[in-house]
Design a protein around this ligand. Sequence first.
Ligand code: SF4
Length: 377
Amino acid sequence: MDRMDWTRPNWHCDSGPADTSADAALVYDDDVKAETDHLYERVKDVILPDEWPLHAPLIAAINRLKKERGTIILAHNYMTPEIFNCVGDLSGDSLALARMAADVEEDIIVQAGVHFMAETAKIMCPDKTVLIPDMRAGCSLAESITGEDVAAIKAKYPDYPIVTYVNTSAAVKAEADVCCTSGNAVQVVEWAAKEWGTDTVILIPDEFLARNVAANTDIRILTWKGACEVHERFTAEDVEALREGHPGVVVLTHPESPVDVVRAADYAGSTAGMAAWVKNNRPAKVVLLTECSMSDNVAVENPGVKFVRPCNLCPHMKRITLQNIYDALRYNRHEVEVDETTAARARISIQRMLDLPKPDSPAQFDKDRAPVEVELV
Ligand code: SF4
C-alpha cells in the first residue's frame, strides 16, 4: 500500500530551524511599506490593517527572492489571500495549475498548494526543481486510493477506461487512463467512453463528483468511495438554513459535495466555474460552499458583492504559509520527486486531458437532472 501516512518519519518534514538572523531583518519599515503598499490596496477588504505589517515583510522578501532565484509560485485558489494575491505568480484551480505547470519557463517552481499539485508540476516539468513549502500538505481525497488499488480495479474491469481526478498521487495517475478535474469531468468521461467504445467509465476516487457527473451524462459510471473532507461536509439543510438566514442569497456549490447539496444550490461548478459565475453575474449576496479562502480571493476580484461566509477549512491547504514559502525559497526545500517510470505513465494520463479541446467556459452541473444509481468498484 502506498497510502500517504502523515506520521511517517520521512513524510513528516517540518519547516526546519528558523534562521533568526534573517528573520530579524524582516521588519515592516518604510522600504517594505513602499514595496508592498500597492499589494495591500488589492487585499484591503479581506486583510485587516493591523494584520498587514505581519505579512508585508515576508511578502517583500519572497518577491525579491523569486526574482533573484528565477522562481515562480503557482498558487491554488484555496491559499490565504496574502499568498494568493501578493506572492502567487500564476493562480487558479487544479486544471489551470496543471495547464500552467506545462508551460512554465522558470527553473524553480514553488507549489503553494497540496502535494498532488506539486507532483503534477514535477510530472509536467521533469527538468525543473519543484518545491512544496510543507511536505505534510496532503489531501483526504488523494489519500483515499493507491496505485495498487487502481491496478486491482483495472484487472477486475479490463474493458472500461479509468478516469482519475487530478486530486490523486502520481502512482494513481500512472495506473489510470486519463485525468480529469471538476471543470472538465463530464467532457473527459464522454471522451473516454467514445475512445474505448464502451457505455461505462470508471471515475475515481471522489464518490460525490462521480454521482454528480453521472447525473449529467448518459454514460454509466462506476466509482470509488473517496471524498474531499471540505466539500463532503456540506448538507442540503445547510443550504436551507442559509436561505432562511440570508434572504436573497445566491448559493454556489462544488460537485465534490453530495448530490442533494448540488440540487439545493443555485449553481454547481468547479472552483474556476464558481469564480467566473460571480464575476459574470455580480450577485448582491452570494455564498460559496467551499474552502474558506476561496470567498476571500473571489471577493478581491468582485468589490461590491456581499459574501456570506460559512465555509470549511482545508487543513492541508492551510499548512502553506508565507513563512514556509519564504523558507522554501531560501533553503530550497522541500523538493518533490517522482520516479521517472511513474512520471512517464502519469504524464500520458495528464496529457490526454490537456489535449482535449479547452472549453470556452468551465462546465456547469445541471442541478435539475435527477440523480442516477452509481456503483462502487
Ligand atoms: S480541499 Fe479537499 S480536495 Fe482539495 S486538498 Fe483539501 S481535502 Fe483535498
